[in-house]
Design a protein around this ligand. Structure first.
Ligand code: G4P
Ligand code: MG
Length: 176
């Protein structure tokens, strides 16, 4: 699979685009629910533009050997948040809409828990057939659409300088 590298600056720029789309929507959101780990840093940057609090859940779709599991697993969920978030408009934030399986799972589980005013915001939306489905009327925002390549995120880098070097040289003309 082809690979692409994004720098923190690329990410910040894409989140500004995402925030503009969200801010142009009719109804503002009251809070974010960041899906960890990938959604944490995007949610924090998004807060700079949206000024709403961040709550978190953590799901994992890949196991310790980096193989996809049968279904996303809840590492940490909304226990204890019900009273604070009841009847609030919640924006679920993640880094990438890939297969959409994690997003479908997260939205369905939040609905089961009684959260009904939901939207989704992702930094990167991969152009590809999706295995997961979101409710048709669910507000959905993506910063940028990208090809179905493997994205290397800066927060996964062990050597950030080498990462930035790759970002500068790998596919500079193809980067959205
Ligand atoms: P989706 O609903 O958002 O489409 O996600 P999907 O279930 O397809 O898979 C989600 C997992 O796959 C996430 O990891 C996500 O980070 C990872 N993933 C998918 N495409 C890419 C990519 O191009 N680059 C990278 N780096 N990761 C990708 P997770 O198990 O939830 O772990 P975490 O990293 O969020 O903690
Ligand atoms: Mg993730």
């Amino acid at each position: 699979m082809k690979k692409i590298w994004y720098t923190y600056e690329d990410i910040h720029r894409a989140i500004k685009i995402l925030a503009d789309k969200i801010n142009h929507a009719q109804q503002p959101f009251d809070a974010m629910i960041a899906i960890g780990g990938g959604g944490f840093i995007p949610a924090r940057i998004l807060r700079t533009y949206l000024n709403i609090p961040i709550y978190t859940v953590t799901l994992s779709y890949y196991d310790v050997n980096d193989h996809p599991t049968d279904s996303p697993q809840k590492i940490q969920w909304t226990e204890g948040l019900a009273s604070q978030l009841k009847n609030k408009r919640l924006l679920v934030v993640d880094e990438v809409d890939d297969s959409r399986v994690t997003l479908e799972y997260c939205i369905r589980e939040l609905q089961k828990d009684g959260f009904h005013e939901l939207g989704v915001a992702v930094l990167h939306e991969k152009r590809k057939p999706k295995k997961g489905f979101l409710p048709e009327n669910l507000p959905y925002y993506s910063g940028i659409q990208v090809e179905d390549w493997w994205i290397n995120y800066p927060w996964d880098a062990l050597d950030i300088q080498a990462h930035n070097q790759q970002a500068a040289t790998a596919h500079p003309t193809e980067k959205p």
